[in-house]
Design a protein around this ligand. Structure first.
Ligand code: G6P
Length: 455
């Protein structure tokens, strides 16, 4: 039987700590009940063994490896999160950064992961690689002799890469894949524009590789089950205000791309509309992330200062710790307004999760920014510009005054969009297409594309 081999930098190996991020959450949910191996970084920083450690949990095989201190600094914090991440989210990297050293580490780690993974592979494995950390992995796997079908899915927006030799090399790396998948048509076209700047043997690089748009979905019913498990006592720990008060919720990783200060300022301005005792209460989770980066620490400090020093009439509660995912679903279900307003985001699953768990008979309102990939499918949300505080304020006013009939009509449309693209479909669509471009199907897993004979 064909085995699915998933590779990502972040691996959600249970029992892990809470909130490993959207990528790990969706992969963990989509791999349940499949014959699969999940390979990636253990989350540990160590200079120890080069041999992957094996684990079995909930029917999934895991193989995890450590990063050395230097690789953690230069590959993960450096090239991944101070070059590729800002370029994917509308920001320029720091021009004084040591990006040559970081880029060398990026290639070194990808080359090493390919060497560590290759001996674990079987002839009929299908490889599905994830995200911006691992763009060159397919190329290094090919160099190590891997003949299996290999697809890459990018969870973040396609980065705005400068026209230089590094970009050329990365685009060549991407050409080693059989299939490249993106969250939205916007990301696919950004890839094509960049790739077509370069050619090899007279072929424009963007024209030589199969591509597709595969937006990540959610599993509506399992999210609803998780939400319904929340008890009244547990809910009361989070919502100090009673049910008669309007409740707003936001939950984001600590990151500049989430445009949190704008959101808080718009909310503060809105509070002036209300008499005391009847102010909407706002619960905002900010999950700490990449705190080794000065920019993230500064953002955390400035958000903290804003919350402590500004007058929110005690209506705002900002929680700077991770909340377990199942508990978060319960909290989302009890909110009247979901505020999901990143400046840029590949998808933003929270927007979909909010819709999934809302009660159909009396649903809340999703306020969503155009910059989130989710806005393409969730166009029945109240759509806003993340940086425009006036627009955010208007959206809040609109949400609180929205009649039940309109809330229901919008929610039905949003739910319909989720149902058309549930999480298992995401995996199936990607893998089916990968097998198709490799000239195989899941029922006949004998892969023979380009002479890569498997028997
Ligand atoms: C979020 C993004 C993913 C990214 C992940 C990395 O989940 O949506 O695209 O891979 O963060 O987070 P990490 O904690 O591993 O740096």
């Amino acid at each position: 039987m064909t085995r699915l081999v998933v590779v990502s930098n972040r691996v959600d190996l249970p029992p892990g700590d809470a909130a490993p991020g959207g990528l790990a959450i969706s992969l963990a949910a989509t791999l349940g009940n499949t014959h699969s191996l999940w390979f990636g970084w253990s989350g540990n920083v160590d200079s120890g063994s080069d041999t992957p450690r094996r684990h079995q949990r909930n029917g999934i095989d895991y193989a995890i490896v450590d990063l050395s201190r230097e690789d953690y600094r230069d590959y993960y914090l450096g090239f991944c999160n101070q070059v590729l991440w800002p370029l994917s989210h509308g920001r320029r990297p720091d021009p004084h950064a040591d990006s040559d050293t970081w880029y060398r580490a990026y290639r070194r780690v990808n080359a090493r992961m390919a060497k560590q993974l290759q001996p674990l592979l079987r002839r009929d494995d299908v490889l599905w690689i994830h995200d911006y950390h691992l763009l060159p992995l397919g190329h290094f796997l090919r160099q190590a002799g891997c003949l299996n079908p290999i697809g890459l899915f990018l969870h973040v927006p396609f980065p705005e890469l400068p026209d230089d030799s590094v970009t050329r090399e990365l685009i060549e790396d991407l050409s080693a894949y059989d299939l490249l998948g993106f969250q939205t048509a916007r990301d696919l076209s950004a890839f094509e524009v960049t790739a077509r700047r370069y050619s090899s043997d007279g072929v424009l690089l963007g024209d030589g590789v199969a591509t597709g748009v595969f937006p990540v979905g959610v599993d509506v019913d399992s999210l609803r089950r998780a939400a319904s498990a929340m008890t009244d006592e547990a809910a009361a720990r989070w919502w100090s205000a009673g049910r008669s008060t309007v409740r707003i919720v936001g939950a984001d990783r600590l990151d500049d791309s989430k445009a949190l200060p704008q959101r808080l300022r718009a909310y503060r301005e809105w509070l002036i509309d209300f008499p005391s005792g009847n102010r909407p209460s706002y619960l905002q989770f900010v999950t700490p992330s990449r705190l080794e980066l000065a920019a993230h620490r500064q953002l955390q400090e400035s958000l903290h200062n804003e919350v402590v020093t500004s007058n929110y009439f005690d209506a705002l509660r900002c929680v700077f710790t991770a909340v377990p995912h199942t508990e978060l679903m319960g909290i989302l279900a009890q909110a009247d307004i979901g505020l999901v307003t990143p400046r840029y985001d590949g998808m933003n699953l929270l927007a979909k999760e909010f819709v999934a768990v809302q009660p159909e008979e009396n649903p809340g309102v999703l306020v969503l920014s155009h910059g989130a990939g989710a806005a393409v499918e969730l166009e029945a949300a109240v759509l806003v510009q993340a940086d425009d505080e006036g627009d955010l304020l208007e959206a809040l006013r609109r949400a609180i005054n929205m009649p039940l009939s309109e809330r229901r009509a919008r929610h039905q449309k949003l739910l319909g969009a989720l149902r058309r693209n549930e999480l298992p479909r995401w995996r199936e669509r990607f893998i089916d297409r990968l097998l198709e471009v490799c000239g195989a199907t899941e029922r006949a897993p004998v892969l023979n594309r380009r002479g890569r004979h498997q028997s």
